[in-house]
Ligand binder design. Structure first.
Ligand code: ZN
Length: 257
């Protein structure tokens, strides 16, 4: 703990919310950006309340999608509770932009003036315990000899830098064992009558943290999914995507057996 700085108060939950910890599925669902909370000690980061409903603060729709997928697949979901504007858990914490001073053109006042102690507290109380929880879950499964496929859930804004993104979903992958990601890409492309991004709208690279950190060293199967946010904007949309993805993920896992 950093001397004198304590970020999470007694009413702030731990950063990693675990849903269905006894889930029997091979899939371990992780959602780095599915929360929009701010620790009570940080106030509003200098932002308006409505900014926390924007894509800069949270992957819109992913908490609901993760819960629905967890139920359909009987899979454990590890969901990060705090906004990516507090700290981005899909970034190496050593990167300056893990705590962005500006996001999609919006200045984040509390981040621009952050002290080294304040930065260390966000890493130690949110980023580190969230990733420790993922590592512990993986270690437990390994010890039991369980098959594990890591599925990282994200969503993307439909319009960025003046460009309307045509993809309804995207598969992100880079190094490590990419067989599952490729199987999901093929299955999802066949399942929907719309473009599925192949490392679009983003390519996975060294800027990502969760999949590279937890999957590459052990050669774990993984897929990082991006779903367009407007498609997750209603309970019906979430339910439709959960049903579709449950089928696609299950079929893709079967392709590898
Ligand atoms: Zn995300």
């Amino acid at each position: 703990m950093s001397a004198g700085v304590r970020l999470l108060g007694p009413d702030d939950p731990a950063p990693c919310i675990v849903l269905n910890p006894a889930g029997a599925s091979s899939f371990l669902l992780v959602a780095d950006h599915a929360g929009c909370a701010v620790p009570s000690g940080l106030g509003d980061l200098g932002l308006e309340a409505q900014d926390f409903a924007r894509h800069i603060a949270v992957d819109i729709g992913v908490a609901a999608l993760g819960e629905a997928l967890s139920a359909r697949l009987d899979a454990t979901l590890l969901r990060q509770h705090y906004s990516r504007l507090v700290i981005d858990c899909n970034r190496d914490p050593a990167r300056a932009d893990a705590i962005p001073p500006v996001s999609d053109g919006t200045p984040i006042p509390a981040n621009a003036s952050l002290s080294p102690e304040g930065r260390a507290a966000r890493i130690e109380e949110i980023h580190a315990p969230y990733h420790a929880a993922i590592a512990a879950a993986l270690g437990q499964r390994d010890a039991l000899g369980r098959r594990t496929i890591v599925v990282a859930l994200h969503s993307f804004t439909p319009r960025m830098n003046g460009f309307d993104r045509p993809w309804h979903a995207g598969l992100l992958y880079d190094r490590g064992d990419t067989r599952f990601a490729h199987a999901v890409l093929a299955r999802l492309s066949a399942a929907i009558d719309a473009p599925v991004g192949d490392n679009e709208p983003y390519a996975m690279d060294g800027i990502d943290y969760t999949v590279p950190h937890h999957c590459y060293p052990a050669d774990r199967l993984y897929a990082e999914l991006e779903i367009r946010q407007d498609l997750l904007g209603s309970p019906e949309g979430v339910a439709q995507w959960a049903e579709r993805l449950a089928g696609v993920l299950t079929a893709a896992a079967g392709d590898l057996v």
